[in-house]
Design a protein around this ligand. Structure first.
Ligand code: ADP
Length: 369
């Protein structure tokens, strides 16, 4: 029987013993399905729960061995850890200034070459519409004529492939990942590298290694703005991202409810503590507009985020209503800004984008002086 590329790769990976455990990457069943396309290989390695320490050297060895095989041009090896638990447990925020454990993956000073500004879109908790807002803002920035990238760092539940209507896997060229494209912007998401419906939990250092791979090892080309869709919450992973990715600023998305606002405050504090400028708060799912009669109702008590922003002295960027169209457009992979560019909702996203672009320009002018 002919030996397939996958067999040869598995043969190499079976040579890599896992320290402290009785077996190698293959016998311990840690290697995911391997995808190979024209000599470009992508697979993930599950870090076993029992493993203590830094798995990065094993990942590097796996990559080196696979790339040394005949006919293999490049390999992208991603570290994950699977769990049966329904959701990762949020850690209380630990505001620290020291570097977290793990290898130093801080980007080179001055940010990512070719990328003008990285803007984080964050929320204190999940389900407030952060990803929907990030996608629409990225497209609204693009409609202003800016060159825009969108990086889905929401690795707990990557939603950009669905939101942006992008299928398939990215190409790897010269050891760099080519971002996918949707609606005229470059998009990268762990969702392009993972199987759908496969719950994955990430531990701190792994998250950073995957994220830094997506920041640094992706051919972003020249971008004016890279929009970073953060994982929801203010735990260690988010804090590490806020510290290690060279952010030009952060936008906080909140619903008007009090609870979300308390969470939003934690988000603000997290960025402030690591000296990332707050570009402002967006109130999402603000008023409810009935799709049938057009009547407006403030079911969650509209205006909470505006009041809070004023109290906290940060800009209030705008209120996006709760509207069926916004959800339907996202579900169809056509965010509102492109699906219905002249709608009142798209106009709100565009005015927020303009505000953000203006603030970024102001920061840049200050730097240049
Ligand atoms: P998060 O990223 O905060 O978890 P999502 O962007 O995934 O939240 O949004 C959660 C759900 O709410 C999605 O089904 C999305 O389509 C919907 N949604 C988000 N914003 C709005 C809005 N303004 N109006 C209606 N539905 C919305």
């Amino acid at each position: 029987m002919a030996v397939t590329t996958t067999d040869r790769i598995m043969g190499e990976l079976s040579q890599i013993a896992v320290p402290g455990l009785d077996g190698d990457l293959v016998s311990l069943n840690l290697v995911s399905e391997i995808t190979e396309d024209n000599g470009k290989v992508v697979f993930s390695i599950t870090v076993p729960d029992a493993f203590r320490g830094n798995f990065d050297p094993l990942r590097d060895e796996a990559q080196k061995r696979v790339e040394a095989l005949d006919g293999i041009e490049s390999a992208l090896v991603v570290l994950t850890a699977e769990v049966d638990a329904p959701a990762p447990v949020e850690q209380p925020p630990q505001l620290q200034t020291s570097r977290p454990v793990g290898p130093d993956m801080r980007p080179a000073a001055g940010g990512i070459p070719g990328v003008g500004a990285i803007v984080a879109v964050a929320s204190g908790k999940g389900g407030v519409g952060k990803s929907t807002t990030a996608a629409n803002l990225a497209l609204a920035l693009s409609s202003l004529g800016l060159r825009v990238g969108l990086l889905d760092a929401d690795i707990y539940g990557p939603s950009m492939p669905r939101l942006m209507g992008i299928d398939g896997r990215p190409d790897i060229v010269d050891e760099k990942i080519n971002p996918m494209e949707g609606h005229g912007i470059k998009v990268m998401s762990m969702g392009f590298l993972m199987e759908e419906d496969n719950p994955v939990i990430w531990r701190g250092p792994m998250i950073m290694s995957a994220l830094m791979q997506m920041v640094r090892e992706v051919n972003w080309g020249t971008l004016d703005v890279l929009v970073l869709d953060m994982p929801p919450g203010t735990g260690d992973a988010q804090l590490t991202m806020a510290q290690q990715v060279p952010l030009a600023g952060a936008v906080i998305v909140s619903t008007p409810q009090d609870l979300a606002l308390i969470d939003a405050r934690k988000g603000l504090k997290m960025f402030e503590n690591v000296d990332v400028p707050i570009l402002g708060i967006i109130e999402n799912m603000s008023t409810f507009i009935c799709p049938h009669c057009g009547e407006t109702s403030d079911i969650f008590g509209h205006g909470g985020a505006r009041d809070e922003a004023i109290k906290l002295g940060v800009p209030f960027l705008g209120a996006i209503p709760l509207h069926m169209d916004i959800r339907e457009h996202s579900d169809n992979g056509n965010p509102t800004v492109v699906a219905d560019p002249d709608s009142p909702h798209a106009k709100i996203y565009k005015s927020i984008a303009l505000n953000i672009a203006t603030q970024l320009r102001g920061e840049k002018d200050e730097e240049d002086e």
